[in-house]
Design a binder for this molecule. Structure first.
Ligand code: R5P
Length: 318
């Protein structure tokens, strides 16, 4: 693939394997940078390549440790701006704080908006992200956002599985649009679980709209965090007579009790992508598969660099 050396890709420390895979796809070397810390914990970044007048992409998932990775991204962008990069795109495969996107009670922040402001203020000209939890988050950024969907990767995987008698289940009402899109793509029925949330990690699935008796289930979500949502919904569909249960989610945050819950839940296979790197313990879960978004991101980066349509990507990879 011919790309001139005007394109530079750099990686923060959150997900270097994914950045490496993107560079491999694009057949370009990863940009050189040194990321370190002062003894008091302050981060320091030094870019080792000439970026003057270059089109620069910095890849960083703001996953755990979220604040550390976020600040690193901000410093990286500032560093590129001061080194005279002509355009800077923050490539954020997983955008932490996305779920804090509204004031649903008094005296709480809208941290997703704050973080979007910080990224633009640091000097990013564009953002490339995957499944931002809610499409409207694109509007939180006052710079252009290219918003990709993990469905391009997960949908193709499930299509190849040719699951018979398929019902796609949305594990909560907030996710219906995504589930409907999977159902249409995979020729499945659609069902919706109603869940109640008691705290950040405690939820209960209490009702299903739609029939799951004797059906194979694909439960799709954008994020598996503590896995309360998908495990509770999996138990409910099983109680209602479902056969196999597959779970597909773009971002495998897998925090707190997630692994223990996924081990015990009646789930046949969990499929996530590599927007967030998985721990060795997670990889050892007998039923987890990690798919790569590297080709999708690489293709999008190539198109942004060449000022080509990113929307067309959806038609080509789907
Ligand atoms: C909720 O709106 C999201 O789409 C996910 O369902 C949720 O964030 C998952 O969280 P957990 O795995 O902790 O239940």
């Amino acid at each position: 693939m011919f790309l001139n050396d005007n394109l530079k890709i750099f990686s923060g420390s959150s997900n270097p394997d994914l950045a490496g895979a993107v560079c491999k796809y694009l057949e370009i070397p990863l940009g050189g940078a040194k990321i370190g810390s002062f003894p008091d914990g302050e981060k320091v970044i030094r870019i080792e390549d000439d970026v003057r007048g270059r089109d620069c992409f910095v890849m960083q998932s703001t996953c755990n440790p979220v604040d550390e990775h976020l600040v690193e991204l901000l410093i990286f962008v500032d560093c590129l701006r001061r080194a005279s990069a002509v355009r800077i795109t923050a490539v954020i495969p997983y955008f932490g704080y996305a779920r804090q996107d509204r004031k649903d009670e008094g005296r709480v922040p809208i941290t997703a908006k704050l973080v979007a402001n910080l990224i633009a203020t640091a000097g990013a000209d564009r953002v490339l992200a995957i499944d931002l939890h809610a499409h409207q988050l694109q509007g939180f950024f006052d710079i252009p956002v290219d918003h990709l969907s993990g469905e391009l990767v997960l949908g193709r995987f499930f299509k190849a599985k040719k699951i018979r008698d398929l019902t796609v289940v949305s594990p909560d009402v907030g996710n219906i649009k995504m589930a409907a899109s999977y159902a249409a793509h995979l020729n499945g029925e659609l069902a919706i679980v109603h869940k109640r949330r008691f705290s950040g990690s405690e939820v209960e699935a209490d009702e299903i709209i739609g029939d799951v008796q004797g059906r194979n289930i694909l439960m799709c979500d954008d994020i598996i965090a503590t896995a309360g949502t998908v495990c509770s919904a999996a138990r409910l569909v099983k109680q209602r007579g479902a056969e196999k249960v597959y779970v597909g989610a773009t971002h495998g945050v897998l925090a707190g009790p997630a692994l223990e819950r996924l081990e015990k839940a009646p789930i046949d296979e969990v499929i996530v992508t590599d927007t967030i790197p998985q721990t060795e313990r997670a990889k050892q879960l007998g039923n987890i598969t990690v798919l790569s978004v590297a080709a999708m991101l690489g293709e999008a980066i190539k198109r942004i660099h060449r000022n080509e349509s990113v929307s067309n990507l959806f038609n080509q990879l789907g």
